[in-house]
Design a protein around this ligand. Structure first.
Ligand code: CU
Length: 114
């Protein structure tokens, strides 16, 4: 049976949308918690500093999985709770950290060398 080109394109774009939607869900793995989860909770994590931007108040960490937040291991940017948190640290340092998610922001509360 000959499938008209137009239906093929429709089928393809639906398939691509489905793939796109599922990979978006993976990337945004923790977003679905935001609505139900009004209270703030903290979590401990371990990782390595990739980049510090004290002027912008951010730090990029490669971190191991954080079960409390349902996060797999990844590299991501965090907001610094206070500028002093990163004092004495530099990119490449292995760290242990305490974080919280508040109003959709991931904040680093404490940083400790390991
Ligand atoms: Cu993460």
């Amino acid at each position: 049976m000959k499938v008209p080109m137009k239906s093929l394109i429709t089928i393809l774009s639906i398939a691509m949308m489905a793939v796109g939607a599922s990979s978006w869900a993976d990337m945004d793995h923790d977003a679905h918690h935001d609505h139900a989860e009004a209270e703030v909770k903290t979590a401990e994590g371990v990782g390595e500093i990739r980049d510090i931007r004290a002027g912008e108040g951010t730090i990029t960490l490669r971190h191991e999985a954080i079960e409390e937040y349902n996060m797999p291991a990844m590299t991501m940017q965090f907001v610094l709770d206070r500028a002093e948190v990163v004092e004495g640290f530099e990119a490449g340092d292995a760290v242990r950290f305490t974080m919280e998610r508040k109003e959709g922001e991931h904040r680093i509360l404490e940083l400790e060398a390991r």
